[in-house]
Design a protein around this ligand. Sequence first.
Ligand code: F6P
Length: 475
Amino acid sequence: MASTHGAEVLVASNRGPVSYETGEDGSLRAKRGGGGLVSGLSAIGPETNAVWVCAALGDGDRAAVRRAEGGLLPESDTGGQRVRMLDIDPEVFAAAYNGIANSVLWFVHHMLYQTPLEPVFDSEFRRQWAAYEAYNRAFANALAEEAGEGAAVLIQDYHLALAPRMLRRLRPDLRIGHFSHTPWAPAEYFRLLPDDIAAELLTGILGADRAAFLTRRWADAFTECCHAVLGPGIPAGTRIGVHGLGADADFLRERSHRPDVAERMAALRAEIGEGRRTIVRVDRTELSKNIVRGLLAYRQLLDEHPEWWEKVVHVAFAYPSRQDLAVYRDYTAEVQRVAEEINSAYGTPGWIPVVLHVKDDFARSLAAYRLADVALVNPIRDGMNLVAKEVPVVSDEGCVLVLSREAGAHEEMGEDALTVNPYDITGTAETLHTALTMPAEERAERSKRLAAAGTALPPARWFLDQLHALDDQSS
Ligand code: F6P
């Protein structure tokens, strides 16, 4: 197969490092993405001359693809990365992304189904599955075209579980890695998927030379699924690895001291009120984040500890995500409803118990991190959770981290965090009380250790480790 750019290193992910919006005058505006993958690749991308293959997510992206010369987006838009964006048929994309990735695979790995009514694997599901296969095939074809002889290809996440095997068939010469950013479901739960689909997902990933996960727990769950579904388990040709992903300390410290963050701190302080303690959370409004139970725990804290009335504020930033799907929209509405209910039950003219913001604003998130006395991170399940790692680095006075035992970050940070069972509202309420009353010295010491643990594996290292591990037969 002809190689277009002959890249030696390739990355594939659904969401790329840039997205485009169309202005009123029809012009395209590029917006750079955030997250660990973007920072990891930004650090090494130019050096390795990597090509990043991603999907066009909306009309702005599609217009940018049509305009791209030689198949790659202008490097002025991508921070110097070589990016090939795929214009996949919008219906195929929607069925693969909304239908399978966000409604089935996300739900399976985060164990979110509300049985007995869900899930439903019927003919509509099969139609969406065919789209998911087509979407994965589009990535495999593009990667096969772009890769030079023997290149290293790092395929990311549950959107692209089938691509490794498809690519292996097209290009047996390539070294292929797959990385899962989510938890992996336990075998009994994973097996609620139809048997053929469960097998296709596993053998798809096993097409890679190396399948890697954020924690040992998720890697072990994957291995267990292979045994339960496929019988013989992991084939000799595939290695299983673990690479934790940490926060980028240098970036966060510098970024959180810029003037736009200071401005937002002043505005937030005015909303919070003088001398009050803060419990901060920042999430996408997505069901696994468990925002509603967090609010209910805060409500119970106020119920059972009236000494906190007027003295504490829950700063909750819940940024809408995947709003094309009713289940995510309903969840966003529920978060707002519960926050309003708490405010009308407890609020006073000078005190808003829950300061909820839903408009995504990174500078304001950093401002909240700086003001945090307590960080609440209570997901039902989470591959890692970078907020848990970021707040201790940024908080001005050091913070207490209240952390779900079901977050991947708990493996590295459990010792100095206060651990909660995410379903236990009473337990979470009491832990919030313990966090708010922790002596300043203990809080500062724990926070320092949390910051060190949370930044031990910066994104560039995470990325490079994966790359090196592809060549190292012992890892
Ligand atoms: O947690 C896994 C992950 O792929 C993240 O890397 C990413 O933030 C999210 O899931 C995908 O979200 P979205 O559907 O908004 O692209």
